[in-house]
Write a protein that binds this ligand. Sequence first.
Ligand code: 2DT
Length: 172
Amino acid sequence: MMRGALIVLEGCDRVGKTTQCVKLIEKIAAENGKSSLLKFPERSSLTGQLINDYLSNKLELSDRVVHLLFSANRWETEAQMKLLLKSGTNLIVDRYAFSGVAYSAAKEGMDIEWCRGPDIGLPRPDLVVFLDLDPRTAASRVGYGEERYEHRRFQEVVRENFLKLKEDNWKV
Ligand code: 2DT
């Protein structure tokens, strides 16, 4: 059986990742393909609940601790991801380790190389689609500003970090 493709959608807040993920799933289904949607952070697990409280400003955690929690949250899904890929299911992933690095490294004293470490060894995407949007346009979209990282200046640094992470398997 052919292995499924691992396709990751990345980008700053409110650029439309979730919308495009759903469209991609529908498109694959229309062509009789198998696909499954994953979203990180996966907020339902134990680490996910801590992350959710942190993002909604109900909980304070140090920058390094929350970075490691985001990474652990991905590792929790690793075995399931590998099984699905092996069974021929295409995985469409709404944020992945690149978000982990781009957001954490936008914080003072957090270094890109240090941030990369915990995710080393996770399945490598076949394709990363980076949705790029002017941070001013994103900031004008519904719901912007509700969570911890939704501030214009921070998002600008996150965007610059994402572009530093770009590899051969990326499409911007
Ligand atoms: P959503 O609005 O897409 O649920 O994202 N984030 C995400 C990190 O800081 N590190 C990570 O590893 C991941 C996956 C991006 C919630 C916020 O969490 C940030 C926005």
